[in-house]
Design a binder for this molecule. Structure first.
Ligand code: ATP
Ligand code: MG
Ligand code: MG
Length: 554
């Protein structure tokens, strides 16, 4: 690994190691809410937290922030675990905020007893009205002076489901004049008579994020709790709550903030991704067009490519937009090293070698990966009739066209040098066959003088009678603009690219009949492809991961 300067998060940790923390006290967590599938933005946070764990040899917990039963489901918990593991990380403990509901409740009761919390019986609208503005102080609730006994009694009734859902909330008693709006008696609990995916119907009250998150960090002895920038104003409240439940001398977790990562031509928000699924814009959370980790996996991205991406953009203090081309670059770089080369023709036209014996076939040796000697060789069939790409032929072309034209020579990859002779057309003038002749002495790798002959172009091809016809799914960007969230007047859904998926039939070499789901290949001269999970035995469906070059670059 190359050396790079410490990022600001690492600097914070190094400083704490100098001043306040022992190395063995370092502990981190990744805290997803199980209300959707993880996306490429989460991958940044995963790589940050688990990366710190690796760097400092410190434990990292996977904590499900499951305090909102309305939106959370076991399906999402399972998907999140699968994605973190697939990225190659191991958590120390699998934790759930819901496991702390009793402890949180007990602490809340203590706070009521200490006069630090009270039950407010106003509507949420009334409470909002009293909040004030950043420049004007808020007004105190008429319930703020409730007796401790009454508060304890009501809070217990709330817990038992004996009060209506919108009847009461528990609020921290802090300061209605604080310049930080979040400190103006924030809500700690609301009544929700909803079943939770883990605690079922045990609880009729649920803690709010601010109350649950820091306390969960504290319970797990997390030393550094990293979250995205929008939580910066929450830090004061985070500390206030921890102050209330911790004792003198106990190690307190520290919240620090880093900038959210956005990627161009997509949206990174579970809520918005959920809309794409629910409205049928995509087929599922793991649709290969989705910026979810599961979508990228199905598309053919490797864990390595995603980790490289996250590491290369690093952590920052300011939000910015990363060009999706950079993500694609990371995929290409990794796949170039690992993906076996094969030949596939996506837009075929028939090529007939008129001086090649009819009925004859031969098996030619082809290198699996020039970047990896250990990948070995394979045999591919050659015969009189082949398919090549339509765009690799022009009847007549200028000198810059290094593909096949009439009267000129090109090499067929791993095979022979051929020369264009004539075309056969249908009644409408479309080319149905290209006829050519081959030089029998020019076989690749045969060592003959003819085989060494330099010709300008090399084409990929497949033998028509041996080729496997397959479904190929060509993906393009899901949104046609760089920042679908960037227009205040318009909803992000208005920027969907209607041509984000094109399904075609192509021909691939027969070795691919045995390709398994998730196998990745480079279709030479075209791009990287991955076998989709909907494939049937012997009949692979290919997802295009990325083209070979950035076709968007001008
Ligand atoms: P979303 O809006 O997509 O639901 P979230 O922040 O609410 O995002 P969480 O499940 O709470 O989602 O996120 C888990 C962790 O991942 C949090 O620490 C969060 O800050 C971080 N995270 C989420 N989105 C990004 C992003 N785009 N870039 C970096 N970190 C992110
Ligand atoms: Mg969140
Ligand atoms: Mg969210």
């Amino acid at each position: 690994e190359e050396k790079r300067p410490l990022n600001f998060i690492e600097q914070i940790i190094e400083e704490d190691l100098q001043n306040t923390h022992k190395r063995e006290e370092l502990k981190f967590r990744f805290p997803p809410e199980p209300n959707g599938y993880l996306h490429i933005g989460h991958a940044s946070s995963i790589c940050l937290n688990f990366g710190l764990g690796e760097k400092y040899n410190a434990p990292v917990n996977l904590r499900f922030d499951d305090t909102n039963p309305i939106k959370e489901e076991q399906e999402f918990v399972d998907a999140i675990k699968e994605d973190v593991l697939w990225l190659g990380f191991k958590w120390e403990k699998e934790c759930y905020a819901s496991d702390y509901f009793q402890q949180l409740y007990d602490w809340a009761v203590e706070m009521i007893k200490n006069g630090d919390a009270y039950v407010d019986s106003q509507t949420s609208e009334e409470i909002a009205m009293q909040k004030g503005t950043p420049t004007e102080p808020g007004k105190e609730s008429p319930y703020r002076k409730r007796s401790i006994e009454e508060n304890l009694d009501l809070f217990e009734k709330m817990k038992n489901g004996e009060t209506p859902e919108r009847g009461h909330v528990l609020r921290a008693k802090i300061d209605m004049e604080s310049p930080n709006m979040l400190m103006r008696d924030p809500v700690m609990y609301r009544c929700l008579h909803k079943s939770h995916h883990r605690t079922k119907d045990n609880w009729k009250i649920y803690p709010m994020y601010d109350w649950a998150h820091g306390e969960s960090d504290f319970i797990e002895s997390i030393s550094h709790s990293f979250c995205t920038l929008e939580f910066l104003p929450h830090r004061e409240l985070y500390n206030w709550f921890i102050e209330k439940v911790s004792k003198e001398g106990e190690l307190k977790p520290k919240q620090r903030e880093f900038a959210r990562r956005n990627v161009s031509h997509t949206v990174v928000s579970k809520r918005k991704l959920m809309q794409l699924v629910e409205k049928g814009v995509v087929n599922s959370w793991d649709d290969p067009r989705m910026p979810t980790i599961s979508g990228l996996r199905r598309r053919g991205y490797t864990p390595n490519a995603i980790r490289k991406f996250a590491d290369s953009i690093g952590v920052g203090k300011r939000e910015n937009m990363i060009d999706v081309a950079h993500l694609e670059f990371c995929a290409r770089e990794d796949l170039n090293k690992t993906a076996p080369r094969v030949m596939g023709v996506l837009d075929p036209v028939k090529l007939v070698i008129t001086n090649y014996e009819e009925g004859k076939e031969e098996w030619l040796e082809a290198e699996n990966n020039p970047e990896d000697e250990s990948a070995g060789n394979r045999e591919i069939p050659f015969s009189r009739e082949l398919y090549i790409e339509k765009e690799d032929f022009k009847e007549s072309a200028n000198r810059k066209f290094f593909r096949l034209t009439l009267g000129k020579e090109v090499r067929l990859k791993n095979a022979y040098i051929i020369k264009g002779e004539e075309v056969v057309k249908d009644s409408e003038g479309n080319i149905t066959e290209i006829h050519c002749t081959y030089d029998p002495k020019s076989k690749s790798g045969s060592g003959t003088e003819e085989s060494m002959r330099k010709v300008k172009g090399t084409l990929h091809w497949v033998s028509a009678k041996h080729a496997l016809e397959t479904e190929i799914r060509l993906y393009d960007r899901l949104f046609s603009v760089e920042n679908p969230d960037g227009d205040k007047e318009k909803d992000f859904m208005e920027f969907i690219n209607p041509e984000s998926l094109q399904v075609i039939k192509g021909y691939v070499e027969p070795s691919l009949k045995s390709a398994g789901i998730q196998d990745k290949f480079q279709f030479q001269r075209i791009g990287y492809f991955c076998v989709d999970k909907e494939s049937k035995e012997g009949q692979p469906i290919f997802n295009r991961t990325v083209t070979l070059r950035d076709s968007w670059a001008k």
